[in-house]
Design a protein around this ligand. Structure first.
Ligand code: CP
Length: 317
């Protein structure tokens, strides 16, 4: 197995089963620090650089919180408009990361261009973590999701994941790749214009994932152990910023919503994950059902970033 020390976390495409398990075990070891709300000192000599070219609440702040929980330091930007990449100069990723690599020991980057973190990793002498790249991947989110499944269900193997939403989303890509390393099945439900691409389906099939597509959530919700949701009404992930301009928000067709009423058809032990933010696909009254696990997922998001940062910065093996 490859060492995590000094490694970029760009994709889950080539993550091996043993590597998933090492990350989960590290998260389990570090979880008491987050649970006790007392900061430790494992990364006291390290600094994280956050380079967020796209809006984020959870991913950026979970990385920052993780760094603080381990006694480390954080510098960075959350709005590229206030950097030379976002003004007249349109400074390149190459030139930008040649600066950022001297400001810290790892870089976590979110970008509207697919492949931007990989481009950064080509030039950076420190590890680069992909915090979401366009329609590409969102590896740290899906590691958080699978850690949550492991904690809540005791296993990932043997489970059926019902994935609902826009299959072009970066989480869906990372999840598809991740599930190929487990004995898990997937059912995908999406609007026709947001379905899995033929290329991605062929890639998943060649990697051994057992999956099928369905038209209606109601048809298949009873087969699911994990109900994995994303919006179908959402921002364009290929743009730097989308202003709503106060326009009325479109609504999600019933076919892609999970309501309390629909959950009567679900297995009693099925769990709902949603990386958030949500629109109307997941009504707030679902939060109080036995199925909701997205707030546990939010806590686990900090723990998972603690594990990844400790591993890539070589503080733990
Ligand atoms: N889950 C997630 O990526 O949320 P943010 O966009 O708020 O980071």
């Amino acid at each position: 197995m490859r060492s995590f020390a000094g490694r970029d976390i760009l994709s889950l495409k080539d993550f091996e089963h043993a590597e998933f398990m090492q990350v989960f075990e590290t998260a389990e070891d570090l979880e008491p620090i987050a649970r006790s709300r007392r900061n430790g000192d494992l990364l006291a000599t390290k600094t994280l650089v956050t380079a967020f070219y796209q809006p984020s609440t959870r991913t950026r702040l979970a990385h920052e919180a993780a760094m603080h929980r381990l006694g480390g330091h954080v510098v960075g930007f959350a709005d590229p408009k206030m950097t030379r990449a976002g003004d007249f100069y349109q400074e390149s990723i190459k030139d930008t990361v040649h600066m950022l690599e001297y400001y810290g020991d790892a870089i976590v980057m979110r970008h509207f261009q697919q492949g931007a973190p990989a481009e950064a990793a080509r030039w950076a002498s420190v590890p680069v973590i992909n915090a979401g790249d366009g329609w590409g991947e969102h590896p740290t989110q899906v590691l958080t999701d699978l850690y949550t499944v492991l904690k809540e269900r005791g296993t990932i193997d043997g489970l059926t994941f019902l994935c609902i939403g826009d299959m072009r989303m970066r989480t869906m890509h990372s999840l598809g790749y991740a599930l190929t390393q487990f004995d898990a099945q997937a059912i995908f439900v999406s609007p026709p214009d947001m379905s899995l691409t033929a290329e991605f389906k062929a890639d998943l099939a060649s990697r051994g994932l057992v999956f099928r597509e369905a038209e209606h959530v109601a048809e298949v919700i009873g087969d699911a152990d994990v109900i994995y949701m994303e919006p179908v009404v959402q921002a364009d992930y290929t743009q730097s910023r989308v202003e709503s301009g106060g326009a009325a928000r479109p609504t999600t067709p019933d076919n892609y919503r999970v309501t309390k009423d629909l959950l009567k058809r679900a297995r009693t032990d099925s769990i709902i994950l949603h990386s958030l933010p949500r629109m109307d696909e997941l009504p707030e009254d679902v939060d109080a059902t036995r199925h909701a696990r997205y707030w546990e997922e939010a806590f686990n998001g900090v723990v998972m970033r603690m594990a990844l940062l400790a591993l890539v910065l070589g503080a733990t093996e």
